[in-house]
Write a new protein. Structure first.
Length: 272
């Protein structure tokens, strides 16, 4: 089944830039709400008209998303989803279309985001017009991603330890019992990667799936730690079922079949 990608972050965080990259690399069909607003209603929409116009475009884009998914293509919903409620609503709506739904999270400080907005508003007359005052007002409505957002997520421009505590979807290309393609050893656990990510080695971010006995093809669970290799630029997430926790010793024992060859540290908490 094709995937719906939900871009989340505030104005000026770089969502559309990333959405355009994903559009090309996946590939996928990108539906950027602001672009449709400008095409249909102009870049400087009166306040009294904005919300009715927004809702019309919103309904149109979700209708288009459903038709695109039926054709077997991925869809990028390039909105923002600034609040917990909007993310919950988008995830619920997307699940009615496809079982494969993932958020793409970007972060940025608000002062940098404001500078980006004012610059592009000045230089690009195809952009939806948002003034500095409007930015400041809207920023009061922004709710950063936190523990209330219990959805599969891919992090961008954030360190890998930020995955700790997050729900992630793993594509398992080396299920338990399968043989390593080069060295021939059998995998004692399920091993895969987080789709749509890029790790330090240029490949997808890898993940060990623990506390699951059967060979799997895909898996959604919680990240409880990160194996950070200090002599190799290739971190690994530790993913387990909900409500399962493991000691450092249990994790190290489970991944020793591969990690014994690398110097590493086990991260269990996000860095401040």
């Amino acid at each position: 089944m094709a995937t719906i990608h939900l871009m989340t972050g505030f104005i000026g965080f770089g969502k559309t830039t990333l959405a355009k990259q994903l559009e090309k690399n996946l590939p996928a069909v990108r539906l950027t709400h602001d672009e449709f607003m400008v095409k249909l209603y102009g870049r400087n929409i009166p306040y009294s008209d904005f919300h009715p116009d927004y809702d019309k475009v919103d309904n149109l884009l979700w209708h288009l998303a459903e038709q695109i998914i039926k054709c077997g293509a991925d869809v990028i919903m390039d909105y923002g989803f600034w609040s917990h409620q909007s993310r919950k609503k988008a995830f619920t709506r997307a699940l009615k279309i496809t079982d494969d739904v993932v958020f793409h999270l970007l972060d940025c400080d608000l002062s940098t985001a404001k500078e980006r907005l004012l610059q592009r508003t000045k230089e690009n007359h195809d952009e939806l017009y948002i003034s500095e005052t409007e930015f400041d007002t809207l920023s009061q409505q922004y709710e950063p991603w936190d523990s209330l957002d219990n959805y599969p997520v891919v992090l961008h421009n954030l360190p890998n330890d930020r995955y700790i505590g997050e729900l992630v979807s793993v594509k398992i290309d080396r299920p338990k019992g399968s043989l390593h393609p080069k060295y021939g050893f059998a995998y004692p656990i399920n091993y895969g990667f987080i789709p749509f990510t890029t790790s330090g080695d240029g490949e997808e971010l890898d993940a060990y799936v623990l506390a699951e006995d059967k060979p799997l093809a895909k898996y959604t669970g919680y990240c409880i730690g990160v194996i950070h290799r200090t002599n190799d630029n290739d971190d690994k997430l530790i993913v387990v079922p909900e409500a399962i926790d493991l000691t450092d010793s249990e994790i190290e024992q489970a991944v020793a079949f591969q990690e014994k060859w690398f110097e590493h540290i086990l991260l269990r908490e996000r860095k401040k």
